[in-house]
Write a protein that binds this ligand. Structure first.
Ligand code: SF4
Length: 288
């Protein structure tokens, strides 16, 4: 099944886009020790499989280690995941930390658990990476996650922000990379089906998946049905920012235009007495 023409075509396409993301954003360098977060879903399995192929292609110039967190959800069974990792000879760790009980205790009934659950999961990933000397953490977010996050940020936070392909965390201790940033979810889903990855569902906790994200996803699908280019145009917009056409006074100095100058923001206070500073992109906590 894994050698079918369909699989090869999908693999070629996904590999092309992963390679492009790696090159465009310099995601990987010689000597990197990369912790790949394998949640057990289709995205992270695809990420791990295709990064492992890249590692072999580049003769081990970087190292991969798979990390899975067993969060103590009822019905969790990682035996097939472990068997798959052993079969593919990928070094891995499955750690158990009962974050499920914490989430159940803290979140009132009827509210989504996903935000706190993701935060606790992320904390454990960072801790493990720091303890074991991994300099990069690879996450399975794809193109559709990036564009949904952008719209969610605009609609519900009043910010133009998304999930960048590469991010230095706020505490400056970790670099997150998202090699699937150019890959479409439908290709990943089809590839995961073809490959028969032993998926562990992300609903064992009984939580509704993030309702806001589902609504935004539905909106994008509706628009894409009219114009299929809309999702890729939204992604392209993330790469084509025109500060002079927006209203952000931090990133564009509107106070000097009378001098005939086009004026990118300056890193310190200027003659207008306005403090102008560059604002770093921060990781959003918009759980999938
Ligand atoms: S659906 Fe997934 S992210 Fe949300 S609470 Fe459950 S396990 Fe956590």
């Amino acid at each position: 099944m894994a050698n079918s023409t369909v699989t090869r075509r999908l693999e070629k396409k996904l590999t092309h886009y992963i390679g492009k993301a790696i090159a465009d954003y310099r995601l990987l360098q010689d000597g990197d020790r990369v912790l790949v977060c394998l949640s057990g879903g289709k995205d992270s399995f695809t990420l791990l499989k295709l990064l492992e192929q890249q590692r072999i292609r580049y003769r081990g110039r970087f190292e991969l280690h798979s990390y899975t967190l067993d969060q103590g959800q009822p019905g969790w069974d990682d035996s097939s995941l472990r068997a798959w990792l052993n079969e593919h000879r990928i070094p891995f760790t499955v750690e158990r930390r009962d974050t499920y009980s914490v989430v159940m205790e803290k979140i009132p009934e009827g509210k989504s658990y996903c935000s706190l659950c993701s935060r606790l999961r992320r904390g454990n990933i960072y801790r493990f990476a720091a303890q074991h000397g991994f300099n990069k953490i690879a996450l399975g977010h794809h193109r559709d996650d990036l564009i949904e996050s952008l719209l969610m940020s605009i609609f519900y936070k009043g910010e133009l922000a998304s999930m960048p392909p590469k991010l230095l965390t706020d505490d400056k201790r970790h670099i997150l990379i998202r090699p699937l940033a150019y890959c479409q979810e439908k290709d990943i889903a089809a590839y995961a089906r073809e490959m028969g990855f032993p998926i562990i569902p992300c609903n064992l906790c009984g939580s509704q998946q993030n309702l806001v994200r589902r609504r935004v996803k539905a909106l994008i699908s509706e628009l894409a049905a009219e114009n299929p280019k809309i999702p890729s145009n939204i992604l392209a917009a993330l790469q084509n920012i025109e500060p002079s056409q927006l209203m952000d006074r931090v990133h564009w100095n509107f106070h000097v235009l009378e001098d005939g100058r086009s004026a990118p923001a300056r890193p310190s206070g200027g003659k207008d007495g306005i403090l102008i500073q560059h604002v770093g992109v921060t990781e959003m906590n918009l759980a999938k």
